[in-house]
Each structure stands twice: as structure tokens, then as C-alpha cells.
Ligand binder design. Sequence first.
Ligand SMILES: Nc1nc2c(ncn2[C@@H]2O[C@H](COP(=O)(O)OP(=O)(O)O)[C@@H](O)[C@H]2O)c(=O)[nH]1
Ligand SMILES: [Mg+2]
Ligand SMILES: [Zn+2]
Length: 280
Amino acid sequence: MKGQIIKIISNLYFVNCDNEVYKCHSRGNFRNKNILPVVGDFCIIDKKDNYILEILPRKNFLIRPLVANIDQGLIVTSLKTPDFSENLLDKLLLVMEINKIKPIICITKEDLINDEERKKYIEIINYYRKIGYAVYYNTELDKLKKIFKDKTTVFTGQTGAGKSSLFNRLDSRLNLDVGEISFALGRGKHTTRCVELIEIFNGKLVDTPGFSSIDLSIFSKEEIRDNFREFKNYICKYSDCMHTNELIDECNVKKAVKSGEILKSRYENYLKFLNKDKYS
Ligand SMILES: Nc1nc2c(ncn2[C@@H]2O[C@H](COP(=O)(O)OP(=O)(O)O)[C@@H](O)[C@H]2O)c(=O)[nH]1
Ligand SMILES: [Mg+2]
Ligand SMILES: [Zn+2]
């Protein structure tokens, strides 16, 4: 019988099969094969003996939190306090694309900006929509409730962006600990929590924020290029064009940046990320 691991407590695996939870043990042969089951893994269980028989191939895998088979990532991003950051947004979009996680953007604190700022942000938001990303405002609760169905979702966003407030308003029964991953300094103490998949509007939510630190240096330049999705709409003279030092006449991406068809900040962030810009 097929199921998904939703929680692990020491060597006990909580496997959800058709909305029933089985507490299973795993057979030793996983360890021999170097497979360590993690939350999010789809598996075949023997529900008579409560054993995991097999871990099915993973679609993707995150280290922090340690979780597999994420379908989508909700990026909670505020326009004010903290200020909107195109850099962080583009970085999160890139990392999710590389990991085959569908990004969904949720804008918060639209009520805190003035008309001039609103004009600017509407243009930026429309650009992200144009290139194919779903963008919602945190006021659109009914629309947001629909995104979770049949999916495993991870969420992310800066401290203060409005993640806790959003989940509380989506479902006040969601007793979600959306505190940031924190490391208490001194005496080597640090807080580690067990990750868990929780029910949310007929889907699953990873209960811990993902992507707390992003290191782009593990990705190749080609991977970074190929995961700026709008670049794929342009064919350059050379098929291996990096859209960097090539002549503008030979690079349709650079032309599109110049004409304003590609958002300038997207291209600038692309150049930064290529240079293994880890922290900005
Ligand atoms: N004005 C305004 N404040 C918000 C909004 N969303 C969240 N906040 C406030 O922003 C602060 C941080 O929100 P919180 O949900 O704790 O952020 P988190 O750190 O991402 O979990 C709180 O004081 C919230 O009340 C919003 O859409 N508009
Ligand atoms: Mg919070
Ligand atoms: Zn090019």
C-alpha cells in the first residue's frame, strides 16, 4: 500500500495512507542501500506488519528542513517592513526552479505603501505574472486556500514578512509553529525541531520554514541561466550564450533587457547570482 511519511520520531515512521496514519518501522535493508527515509517520502508499506517495504524515487529533496517530494513553495514577501527585495525573491525563485518546486508568490503589507510605491510595485508584480508566476495578495484568502489541494507545500519568507499572520488567518486551527529556525549561540546549544507534514486544505504543509540560508555556489552557471524562466523565450546567436559578455547584437536576452521587455532587476540579479553571490 502506498503512503507518504508525515513525521518521524526516532525510528518510528508515521505514514499517511488514504488519510489513515500507520506507525511503521523501516526494514534494515534501506540502510544497507544507503536510503534514509525522510518526511515527505512516498513509500510502500506492509500495513499488516507496519513495515516500510520500499521508498519510492524522490522528485526532490531539501536539507533544511530535511524533507522530500515538495511540489510547491509559498514565498511570502512583504512590500514594507521588511522592504520588498527583488534580490531575495529572484534567489528563491531560482532555487525553487532548480529543485523542481513550483513557486507561488504571496505579497503582504500592500496596505503600508503609498500610491507612488503602489504604481511601481504593480508593474513589478505584473512582470512576475507575465513570466508565468502565480502572485496573490495575503488579503486573497479564498484564492490562497485553493492552492494547497493535493500538494505538498513548503513556505518561506523573511522574518516579519507576515507568515504567521497569514497562516493564522487562513485557518485559526492551524497550530503552526512558524518561528524562524533559530540557533542560540553559546554553549553549543541549538534548537532543532522535527519536521512534520500537516494537513492544510486537503494538502500537506511542511510546518517549518524552508530555505533559511541559500548558497548559490553549489549550482553551475548553466543551471542558473536555464532557470531564469523568461530567458528561454529568446534565441541567441550561439546556443550556449550566457547572456553576459556576448555582443548585444548576438544576444537577444541583452536586447530584451535594453528594450525593457526583461525586467532590469531580474537581469542584474542574474549577473550577481552567476558570480556566486552568496549572501546579497
Ligand atoms: N500592515 C500589515 N501588517 C502585517 C501584514 N501581515 C503581517 N503584518 C504584521 O507584521 C508583523 C510580522 O508578522 P508575522 O506574521 O509575525 O511575520 P513572520 O515573521 O513572517 O511570521 C506582525 O506585527 C503582523 O501583525 C499586512 O498585510 N499588513
Ligand atoms: Mg513568524
Ligand atoms: Zn544571449
